[in-house]
Design a protein around this ligand. Sequence first.
Ligand code: BGC
Length: 760
Amino acid sequence: MTKENIQALVNQLTLEEKAAFCAGKDFWRLVSCPRLSIPEVMVSDGPHGLRAQKKAQDNLGINDSIEAVCFPAGCATGSSFDRNLVKEIGSAIGTEAQAVDLSVVLGPAMNIKRSPLCGRNFEYISEDPLLAGDLAAALIEGIQSKNIGTSPKHFAANSQEYHRMSNSSNIDERTLREIYLANFERAVKKAQPWTIMNSYNKINGTYTCEDKWLLTDVLRDEWGYQGLVETDWGAMDNRVAALKAGCDLEMPGPGDNRQAIIDAVQNGMLSEEILDISVARILDLIFKYTENRETSAVFDYEKDHALAAKAAEQCLVLLKNDDAILPLKTTQKAAFIGQYAQKPRYQGGGSSHINSFRVESALEAAAELIPEASVTYARGFDDSVDTVDPVLIAEAAEAARAADIAVVFAGLPDSYESEGYDRTHLRMPMGQEMLIEAVAAANPNTVVVLHNGSAIEMPWLGKVKGVLEAYLGGQAVGRAEIRILYGMANPSGRLAESFPLRLEDTPCYLDFGGEDDEIRYSEGVFVGYRYYTSRNMPVLFPFGYGLSYTDFAYSDLRVSAEAIRESEPLTVSVDVTNTGNRAGAEVVQLYVGAKGRKPNGIIRPVRELRGFDKVYLEPGETRTVTFTLDSRAFAVWNTTLHDWYVDTREYTVEICANAFDVLLSAPVTVTGEKVIPYTYTMNSIVGRLMHDPKGAAILENLKEVFGGGEPAPEGEDSAVSSEMAMAMMEGMPLRSLPGFVDSIKKPMLEQLIDMLNADS
Ligand code: BGC
């Protein structure tokens, strides 16, 4: 429907009707208006499958939803580093939504993983904004290609569950821009979602639903967002303030804010034009969906289950493979140990919980895919109780002893991580850790397959030969596990988050959780690998890490220029060869770093991900992977300009195996084109003049006066070395110079300041 037609409809609505449109009809449906033939539409969670509740409704996944397909959760798809795969999942979900008549899928969930403790990390994609933003964009593109809306969430800075509805994420401007908004910015600019869901929390003291800076100045005016903003379920605070800020739709509805809107318009506190804009956005969404209905769409359960299996296969991350213990051979006698072999943990709890029409366990998949193999099973632990069961452990050790290979299917139980609360530690249940130790003691050929939504500590790592991270891999995870364990597929996932050695190493360890609902993000931009690499701190497994059954070699890194201006693009190419004897996919990772720090310069991470691509290679095959970098690859957010700023300097373009492992690098000098305004005063230091071209020229002319002559002879016991004199001069405010240099007088400095501040 055209803008004009929507406006014509808005014009025919009464004030009461308009106010009604600004909240849901109920938990999942929007308001309709039969009088004007405005139909009713329904929305549903998301993000990794449909949770359509056609009957009893809630936002925490308590009541049953329709049977659907559970694709791998965000923690797993993040590790795929595969835009095409995520888009394919999105388009399958879009078709499903058409088939069951849902207008919007509430996802992707894309908050930054600030700490592995966040209970909802299993839904989120990454600790890195570029990866999170690109994969979110891929999901949006896939779903919206079927004319179903999306709702990237939770906008923004919602990186913990504890008191999510009342806490304030207190974040400096640069960190917000570079980390906690950059992911949404990418997704919005690349994929134009139909809706965005604002988060529950406040940012720097303002609830996001009533933050005009966030919802209008940044999201709409700067990024060009066209769709509507809806609240997270129950996130509304002051309805009128929220409308003014740009929050269009309150969910769920109807709530009791209608009268407040009507009153505000009637008493002049809210302009009816603002209300009209929000209503128009809501009608636009309704018609975008209803006018593009595909009533013939079919929810093809089997096909989508197969896609869920294929997807999981491309997400799993091989973390350890000593003595090439994997892939296993069907001739080996295997003992599958641990309840997750029979009943995998494949999704998280809360609003994303899907009523899967089928779940395929590793044991079932083994019976189908490798019927010739001898596979025994011992339960090992009971997921529903957090106790050590010595009987189950003893049975498991016995089974391991009787086999050639022991595969322990372990992880975190539902009760350990969920929407609504955070973890308090990074350990697995003690019963499972003891199980792994006992099995590894009984059989040195032990492999662990992990089912968890976020990083864990692995005190047992040294005792096992193999570790396969399956994350929460969706309903077909068991099939993917068997195909990878037995070499029918080659693992190609890479960690989208760092695994620290211990919780205490995490950058926000001291601040996570907050104090009196105020959360200080004092680690700044140093989130995840940005912190560990900059501190050169060992981690258990770094961001970007993952093994393959084949080997890849990189060669011939080429950059289109050794020096560019900020406005010029830089093309980077590298050749990747599969040097092993199995086909496999490699994740090519490009980082940009700025070596060393200029005096008084910008403090920045040693490297940041600026590009990635996943390439599939047959044995012996070589492919050239090309990236185009624009100024954002080199920029930081400048808080004087309130804009992106490229510092003139040498940068390194690095091709890495993971955030720590640089394989190839090339220097590039980038000349920035923006000037940060600065006004000199008597308190400006001499060093600032030295590093400012105009100041340096003036200093050169005044060399004699400023002591640029011969240094004083340095005796053996001289108290002031020339280095020290230089350093002291560098840091000296102009106002202090007359006290040290006789020839410098205040009027002269004032004249100097005038010259420096004059427009050149
Ligand atoms: C969650 C959202 C979800 C909504 C509806 C909220 O509790 O934070 O992610 O989409 O409920 O279920």
